[in-house]
Design a protein around this ligand. Structure first.
Ligand code: FES
Length: 195
């Protein structure tokens, strides 16, 4: 009985020693598998903003139109407890506001990756060198960038994530014109972070 037990232990120990190389091989295969999955997810997993799904909130004056006179002029504000931005854009944006030849869009500034604040990046060279993102030649305009992990969101594509770890679009803010004032009246739900 005792002899058999010792023999079994010897065999088990020998078997383990014979297969020690499986550990680094499995670890390497797992690491490459994860990197492949992650690269695929951040490259092809960007979600379209779709039709705006606003939740009504208390109306709030966020800017005067005079402060948004030029394309890409911007005002930041806090709405429904979330940091937001409203900007004048050169063309109509789904979920934005168009009044005559004035096009406005507003977004939550909470990055959908892990919640850092996004800011408007106006210089394409900064996007290229700091964010490693160079948009196509016909899309060279300011973008909303997150400096935590360098995700980029396109205001003209309704806040869609176009580069980096974030996959979800920025929630949009519903706008209204009241006289010469720009008001926020609703905001899309905050998505779970990590997407
Ligand atoms: S928190 Fe914005 S990219 Fe990670």
């Amino acid at each position: 009985m005792t002899g058999n037990g010792q023999s079994t232990r010897r065999v088990t120990r020998r078997a383990l020693l014979d297969r020690w190389w499986l550990l680094p091989v499995a670890g390497t295969a797992g690491a490459f598998g994860y990197m492949g999955w992650y690269a695929t997810r951040v490259t092809y997993g960007k979600r379209q903003p779709g039709e705006a799904q606003f939740q009504t909130a208390a109306p709030q004056h966020v800017a005067d139109l005079a402060a948004l006179r030029d394309a890409w002029s911007e005002r930041t504000f806090t709405y429904a407890g979330r940091p937001c931005t409203v900007m004048r854009v050169p063309r109509a944006v789904p979920g934005g506001l168009t009044a005559g030849d004035v096009h406005l869009a507003a977004f939550s500034r909470v990055c959908t990756h892990l919640g850092c604040s996004v800011n408007l990046v106006r210089d394409p060279e900064v996007l290229a060198f700091a964010f490693n993102y160079r948009p196509p030649a016909d899309e060279q305009h300011p973008q909303l960038g997150c400096r935590c992990h360098y995700s980029v969101f396109d205001p003209l594509r309704a806040g869609q994530a176009v580069f980096g770890k974030a996959n979800g679009p920025l929630p949009r803010v519903r706008l209204e014109m009241r006289g010469d004032g720009v008001w926020a009246t609703g905001i899309e739900p905050a998505p779970p972070l990590g997407g």
